[in-house]
Design a protein. Structure first.
Length: 288
């Protein structure tokens, strides 16, 4: 997540969007086809999880569950004149790898595609930086779950209008408590620049995402989080607050989480988004 020093690169708003977390939904219960199995929590694998179990595992960023979310975001009041808007699509597959009976390795690449409209006079479509989060996480930890690993961010793929030109390297970490029906925790990382032009923002960023969620027996999830980014060079932070509701349904034999939510920017950087925004997502789940 890259916060710019000045105006043109408020694309770092969409970059703040990336960390995610798969969020919430409106869908009709008629599509849901729950299956019965022994409930699981944490990182322990499951044979055939029920929809409620899958919803609970989806609230855990380092769960032993392959998921592929497609998240649409809308942000407004962007630019020095506050006349710009940005539509973005965040693709963030979660790929767990079983290293041995005690440890999992979680790979979370984040790709952000953006459409800017009248942001300081610029309109166009492009791709921001790619963020690659990784976590080494114990496979059996009970209610308390944690993970830590290296992280890398690339320069913007589509030039200065879509993010920093710097490469970032650093450390990511997550810690959470899962006590059904609640999950609460924090995901954070810090990156330092490893070279590149700093004119349009730097990769010296601290990202922090406290989150809490509640999962019902019928696989509805209600979640609240912030996705905040503090840039060490600009000494400014962007703090969007997200609230969402989601539901696990079945498309054929494939479980899918559909979500819808709203966000409010408690604070922002100069030229960054402000006020209200929205999001919706579709997450495909591939339980083992």
């Amino acid at each position: 997540m890259n916060i710019t020093h000045s105006t043109p690169k408020k694309k770092h708003a969409a970059w703040s969007i990336s960390a995610s977390l798969a969020l919430s939904i409106y869908a009709t219960c008629a599509f849901a086809q729950p299956t019965q199995s022994a409930p699981t929590t944490g990182n322990a694998p499951t044979a055939k999880a029920s929809n409620s179990d899958l919803a609970a595992k989806l609230t855990n960023p380092v769960a032993d569950l392959i998921s592929v979310p497609f998240q649409y975001n809308y942000d407004a009041n962007i630019g020095l004149d506050k006349k710009g808007t940005v539509n973005s699509l965040v693709v963030q597959p979660v790929i767990p790898v079983k290293l041995n009976s005690n440890w999992n390795y979680i790979l979370r690449p984040v790709v952000t595609l953006e459409q800017s409209n009248n942001v300081n006079g610029f309109s166009g479509t492009g791709a921001g930086p790619i963020l690659i989060e990784t976590f080494f996480s114990p496979s059996n930890t009970g209610d308390f779950i944690w993970g830590v690993g290296p992280i890398v961010s690339t320069p913007s793929l589509s030039g200065n209008n879509f993010g920093t030109a710097q490469t970032g390297v650093g450390v990511s970490a997550v810690a959470l408590v899962m006590k059904k029906p609640w999950t609460a925790g924090v995901l954070a990382y810090n990156t330092w620049d490893a070279g590149g032009n700093s004119t349009y923002g730097t990769a010296n960023n601290l990202y922090y995402q406290p989150f809490v969620s509640y999962v019902t027996p019928t696989a509805w999830t209600f979640s609240l989080n912030t996705q905040s980014t503090f840039n060490w060079d600009a000494r400014r932070a962007e703090n969007p607050i997200n609230a969402a509701v989601s539901k696990i349904v079945k498309f054929g034999d494939t479980p899918v989480s559909l979500s819808v939510g709203a966000r409010y920017y408690a604070s922002s950087v100069p030229g960054g988004p402000s006020g209200w925004g929205g999001r919706a997502s579709m997450t495909f789940l591939f339980p083992k």
